[in-house]
Design a protein around this ligand. Structure first.
Ligand code: AMP
Ligand code: FE
Ligand code: FE
Ligand code: ZN
Length: 296
């Protein structure tokens, strides 16, 4: 037997806190990341940077884990079938105060309560025991998981997952669209704010329709998109293989992430991870804000 000193660097580039639709506070996400043995955690709440400050403060208390500050942007892209489709763009290490990106983030994030209330009203008007006034008001940004939690509490369904399957699907009768940023515009905004962008879970077919490969390839060829999230809980092996091949052909950064949401999803932190060389490529391209804590 020869001793093998492989150093396992664990990097998880996608997580959510109570600033959006996760169930752990931002500092708890950081503490759990440290406890899970992660070397790098990215906090990527939907359409908000409200969790950044608390997560940054927590990193000071957790030697060993580095924090990448990010956000998951709600976007609209070209669908495989030609119709527009909702897509998520992971934006990392951008300047949170750059005015154009900040304005767009506020526009999209502030539309979410209106949209969730409307969905809850449609359910109530249909006779479901849901009171729109029970939606949380203390989050910076709310999402469908909050409405799912109301359906569980009301006994309409037994789990968050069942709530999505039966009542919250994007092709379901109660779905209301939210404000979204056109994908081309989003990647440009992130770049202009010194950040890097990675298209999230682009083959997650159980969530609904899929984005067109043509648009992804066009953005890659234009050098506008930095990477693709390849390993993700909503991708099976074939989905990941398609994306890995696409990323390699266009020299895009390949990431893997858990998309941790605390108790709102079953996936634990570090369920999927990113290779250190791929992570370094992202960090080297970013100039908007620094990675903090840990050994980076
Ligand atoms: P929204 O951003 O309000 O449209 O809600 C979408 C969010 O719902 C995604 O970010 C996921 O976190 C979550 N989601 C989607 N499908 C499921 C599911 N089956 N179980 C739990 N959470 C889900
Ligand atoms: Fe979410
Ligand atoms: Fe997402
Ligand atoms: Zn996410």
């Amino acid at each position: 037997m020869t001793a093998c000193h492989t150093v396992h660097v664990l990097i998880d580039l996608h997580s959510h806190s109570t600033a959006s639709d996760g169930t752990d506070a931002p500092d708890e996400v950081v503490a759990r990341a440290a406890a899970a043995g992660l070397d790098v955690i990215a906090l990527t709440d939907h359409d908000t940077v409200a969790g950044w400050a608390d997560a940054a403060a927590a990193v000071e208390r957790q030697p060993g884990v580095a924090l990448v500050r990010g956000m998951e942007m709600s976007c609209v892209g070209d669908g495989e079938d030609g119709d527009p489709v909702s897509v998520h763009l992971l934006a990392y290490l951008f300047d949170p105060e750059e005015p154009d990106l900040a304005a767009e983030r506020d526009r999209v994030g502030s539309d979410r309560p209106r949209r969730l209330r409307r969905m809850a009203e449609m359910m109530r008007d249909d006779g479901l025991p849901v009171d729109p006034a029970d939606l949380p008001t203390d989050n910076d940004v709310i999402g469908r998981p909050h409405l799912a939690a109301l359906l569980v509490r009301a006994g309409v369904v037994d789990s968050i997952d069942e709530a999505f399957r039966r009542y919250l699907r994007s092709d379901g009768r109660y779905h209301v669209r939210k404000a979204e940023t056109p994908l081309d515009e989003a990647v440009a905004l992130v770049r202009a704010a010194g950040g890097v962008s990675v298209l999230a879970h682009a083959r997650a077919s159980r969530r609904g329709r899929l984005p067109a490969t043509e648009q992804i390839e066009r953005l890659a060829r234009a050098g506008a998109l930095d990477g693709l999230e390849v390993d993700h809980p909503d991708h099976d092996a074939a989905d990941a293989a398609v994306l890995r091949d696409l990323a390699r052909r266009h020299d895009l950064v390949i990431t893997g992430s858990s998309d941790y949401h605390g108790a709102n999803k079953i996936t634990p932190l570090a369920a999927h991870t990113t290779e250190p060389d791929q992570y370094r490529r992202l960090v080297e391209r970013a100039s908007g804000t620094a990675v903090i804590g840990g050994s980076r």
